[in-house]
Design a protein. Structure first.
Length: 78
């Protein structure tokens, strides 16, 4: 589950430029670990590197299928 959901428009009481926290999980499969997740709140014009959380410390080559992440992104101007 991700927050917000994919393609969801976030109507927040935040001003443009303030940060919004995104949460989700990344899946790789095949025993490959997740090395990086990037997030964008402006249709890919800028990218922000997420912090990998639970599941990030899996051994290389023996990874599980998922890693949770969270990312702070500034809200774009309307």
């Amino acid at each position: 589950m991700t927050n917000p959901t994919p393609n969801q428009v976030a109507h927040a009481a935040l001003d443009p430029g303030e940060d919004m926290t995104l949460h989700g999980f990344a899946w790789s499969g095949g025993g490959r670990g997740i090395t990086r997740v990037e997030c964008s709140a402006d249709d890919g014009r800028s990218w922000h590197t997420a912090t990998l959380t639970q599941g990030a410390d899996q051994p290389r080559g023996r990874a599980w299928a998922w890693t949770f992440w969270e990312c702070e992104v500034p809200l774009p101007s309307p």
